[in-house]
Design a protein around this ligand. Structure first.
Ligand SMILES: C[S@@+](CC[C@H](N)C(=O)[O-])C[C@H]1O[C@@H](n2cnc3c(N)ncnc32)[C@H](O)[C@@H]1O
Length: 267
């Protein structure tokens, strides 16, 4: 298995569940996911989005796929019994996965940024989709992060985090490239939705919450970043201090833009 920025640990599994709940309103508000039929959830991790999808769309069936056996086992264990008849978990690399029946839609969330071959994965997914089926992509664009007041430790940390993801053959700047990738993979009717959020003292609790969430995200890679020499422990500690105290600064602003795209499988 190729190296993976966040790793496969119990702490990371809990972070993914927290992340999905925390960002739920932002992620799902613009997606017109079909309310019934079969949806492929590609790169499902521990089923953090699967739970939300099954709850939001009570007539939807899901085949949820991830290459990590441990993540799939954790997803199964954490699934409410009432959802089990509508979900099947499959352990497979997405480059090999073919759905047992043609699906009505596919959903990727925070996954293609970790792929070293996103176009190949999209082409492979296309083989499992009905003609005209919709694909829903949610991805990062990490150079949109703005934290004010600026802090050189935090900026060094963020640059190192992104560099390590690139070194792992992922792409922290994939959002802007997805329209081209989808076209290359044969999808059409692209509908691009930039999702910007910006918080300041106007909503202090939201500002504090996003900083705490962001610290959990950064911290998920801390051990590896320090172990591999991308940053030192002091940079981590000073970054944490800046982020967790940002809400105390009267002019503080936190902003980020992720990218969502809805496209159709070719006929
Ligand atoms: C950041 S997690 C996101 C999980 C889930 N989508 C969520 O939002 O909670 C990315 C997941 O993609 C999976 N993944 C990455 N590359 C994969 C591949 N080629 N085939 C299958 N799964 C893959 C990883 O194992 C990991 O569980």
């Amino acid at each position: 298995m190729s190296e993976y920025l966040h790793g496969y640990t119990k702490q990371e599994y809990e972070r993914l569940i927290h992340q999905a709940e925390f960002l739920k309103d932002l992620v799902y508000s613009k997606l017109d996911i079909p309310s019934e039929g079969l949806l492929l959830e590609l790169g499902c991790g521990v089923g953090a989005q699967t739970r939300i999808l099954l709850q939001k769309y009570p007539r939807l069936r899901i085949i949820a796929v991830d290459r990590s056996e441990e993540a799939i086992a954790t997803a199964k264990l954490g699934m409410k019994e009432e959802y089990l008849p509508r979900v099947q978990f499959v352990c497979s690399d997405l480059s090999d996965f073919i759905s047992p029946q043609p699906a009505d839609a596919a959903f990727y969330c925070w996954m293609l940024e970790h792929a070293n071959n996103p176009v190949a994965l999209l082409k492979q997914a296309s083989k499992s989709l009905k003609p005209g089926a919709k694909v829903f992509l949610t991805e990062v664009q990490n150079n949109t992060l703005q934290v004010y007041p600026h802090n050189e430790n935090l900026e060094r940390y963020w640059a190192a985090y992104n560099r390590m993801q690139l070194d792992y053959k992922g792409d922290p700047f994939i959002g802007i490239k997805l329209p081209g990738y989808l076209q290359e993979a044969g999808f059409r009717e692209l509908n691009i939705k930039p999702c910007m959020f910006i918080y300041n003292q106007h909503d202090k609790s939201a500002l504090k919450a996003i900083c705490e969430y962001w610290w959990r995200l950064l911290n998920s890679a801390a051990e590896e970043l320090i172990f591999k020499g991308y940053i030192d422990a002091e940079t981590r500690d000073l970054s944490r201090e800046h982020l967790l105290n940002l809400h105390l600064h009267e002019k503080a602003v936190f902003s980020f833009t992720f990218v969502q795209i809805i496209a159709e499988n070719k006929f």
